[in-house]
Design a protein around this ligand. Structure first.
Ligand code: ATP
Ligand code: MG
Length: 344
């Protein structure tokens, strides 16, 4: 059985008369120690999907969540709040996209890192303090014992983001969900944090879900990639296969955009022609069809389902095969000798 099994997850925000379908029928599995990269442009539902797993989204009537999420055999979407508390942070830790709003301004940075060590790992205050200082050193904070007593506002944006990473690592969770953990960091610190994730996952067999605009970072750290578009996973598979031979035109466009050197990772995904999908104004058929140069008439009517790639499926006969590829596209666009989306 997989460590995490997500089935038919949906998230809908209700604001006024609008129903915003942020996540639409998403299913996937995560194995212990697996490193999964989730990429897709702004608004594609990456954060909503993963916040929903920990029930960190607003409640009805503001937001409705559907589907199932099994952590081992425990269904966590319907778990009473009291039973979910130790899972949050203890078994599944989250590095939030916005570190300033996620840190408590009234507690020192050290206290906030030490707290999960006391709560989840049952360390004494003294041992938690020592472990927290070690973690601060590990995330590259100079004079860690001294900085332990500082408040979040005394840290720079990049340092606060690193503190979020340390807090997530503190409880040695089974899964770390890191939502854009390196966006505010300069190149060398970004590398340091990505390396830290790799080391920790390896040391403790921790699974990682790395949500990022930076396809290169996902490719560097993760063995599998999920590409999201308009609330759905449109392509999933081993990193080297997805990046070398994309099967969805959107993945191909992402890759092509990422090859342009003069743009930053944040801009990268905006470099694709056409307007990004707007969850408030869903289109019929494939959500990518208005921007897709390979669209056919059925792309405008039928939503393509995520299907196993016939050439790689059912080799092992296992339910979840990390080498398996899936994509959601009606068109055999690669057969047309496409020039603009081809990675070669
Ligand atoms: N609290 C909210 N209320 C209403 N709509 C929301 C809310 N949070 C997210 N949405 C909408 O849900 C959709 C998915 O948003 P989400 O934040 O998951 O995107 P994302 O892929 O994480 O984007 P980014 O890369 O910018 O972080 C968007 O259309 C967004 O406007
Ligand atoms: Mg987000």
């Amino acid at each position: 059985m997989a460590l995490l099994t997500v089935r038919n997850l949906g998230v809908t925000f209700l604001s006024g008369k609008d129903r915003v379908r942020a996540v639409d029928d998403v299913s996937f599995q995560l194995e212990p120690g697996e490193r999964l990269g989730v990429v897709g442009e702004s608004g594609s539902g990456k954060s909503a999907l993963h916040l929903a797993l920990l029930r960190l989204l607003p409640r009805p009537p503001i937001c409705e969540t559907a589907g199932q999420a099994l952590l081992n055999e425990t269904e966590i979407l319907s778990l009473p709040e009291k039973k979910l508390q130790p899972i949050r942070g203890g078994q599944i830790a989250m590095v939030f996209q916005n570190p300033l709003s996620a840190l408590n301004p009234f507690l020192t940075v050290g206290e906030q890192i030490a707290e999960p060590l006391v709560y989840h790992q049952r360390l004494s205050t003294r041992d938690a303090r020592k472990a927290a200082i070690t973690l601060l050193e590990r995330i590259g904070i100079d004079k860690a014992a001294q900085r332990f007593r500082d408040y979040p506002h005394q840290f720079s944006g990049g340092m606060r983001q690193r503190v979020m990473v340390a807090m997530a690592l503190a409880a040695r969770p089974k899964i770390i969900i890191a939502d854009e953990p390196t966006t505010a960091l300069d190149a060398s610190v970004r590398q340091q944090i990505l390396k830290l994730f790799q080391e920790v996952c390896h040391e403790h067999n921790t699974a990682l879900i790395l949500i990022t605009h930076d396809l290169a970072a996902a490719a560097q750290v993760c063995g599998r990639i999920h590409v999201m578009y308009a609330g759905r996973i449109v392509e999933a598979g081993p990193t080297e296969k997805v990046t070398a031979e994309p099967r969805h035109p959107y993945t191909a466009a992402l890759l092509q955009a990422s090859l342009r050197e003069s743009i930053t990772p944040g801009e990268m995904l905006r470099a694709i022609p056409g307007r990004p999908a707007d969850a408030r104004r869903p289109v019929a058929g494939c959500a990518f069809h208005p921007r897709c140069e390979f669209r056919e008439s059925r792309c405008e009517k039928d939503v393509p389902q995520l299907q196993n790639d016939q050439s790689t499926s059912k080799r092992s006969g296992q339910k979840h095969d990390s080498l398996e590829r899936q994509f959601a596209c009606h068109v055999d666009w690669r057969a047309r000798g496409a020039k603009s989306y081809s990675s070669s």
